[in-house]
Design a protein around this ligand. Structure first.
Ligand code: SF4
Length: 175
């Protein structure tokens, strides 16, 4: 193992049925090397929705589903089949190695991050209940956003009124 390459591969060790989407699978991977050293650097990449620095557990949102890394295993949800799982694990190996190679330019995350809560989102919405998003209230829209049933740009006041630009930026970062 040279100093640049962190790991050579992640083995697909198991597949499970994916309850979030019938017909799809969860892929369980085992990295060829413990991921403890690289996970804090990965935790500052885009797409992170939760990170626990004590357990070194890191979750990314992917489209669709989630990718969760532990030091000794990886779970990817809503995968089409084992072939796609192998391709995703290969791409993840490459991404981990690229991050490790750039680690001197990156900052290791030291603090926890958690998925946004419904109330955090509601606080940042316009809260006028104008119904232009198709929901009866901003509260309902916040819940639909968390469930990925709505997109942020469906709130047209938020998208078009510059008075909300800071709120929009905060929501984009959270979601
Ligand atoms: S469009 Fe925006 S402001 Fe109007 S009800 Fe929906 S979330 Fe609220």
């Amino acid at each position: 193992m040279n100093e640049i390459t962190y790991l050579t591969s992640i083995a697909l060790v198991r597949t499970l049925p994916c309850l979030a989407e019938p017909g799809k699978i969860i892929v369980v991977g085992k990295p060829g090397r413990d991921l403890s050293e690289v996970i804090p650097f990965l935790a500052n990449l885009p797409g992170v929705i939760a990170y626990n620095p004590e357990t070194l557990t890191l979750t990314f949102r992917r489209q669709p589903g989630f990718l969760t890394l532990y030091p000794d295993r990886i779970y990817i949800t809503q995968v089409k089949d084992a072939q796609e799982g192998l391709e995703l694990l290969k791409a993840l190996t490459d991404a981990i190695n690229a991050t490790w190679e750039r680690r001197k330019e990156l900052v290791a995350a030291a603090t926890a991050r958690r998925a946004p809560r419904w109330l955090d989102i509601l606080t940042l919405l316009p809260q006028t209940n104008c119904k232009r998003c198709g929901e009866a209230t901003c509260m309902a829209f916040a819940a639909a956003l968390l469930q990925h049933k709505k997109q942020l740009d469906e709130c047209s006041p938020l998208a078009s009124d510059s008075a909300y630009s800071d709120r929009r930026a905060a929501l984009e970062a959270m979601l």
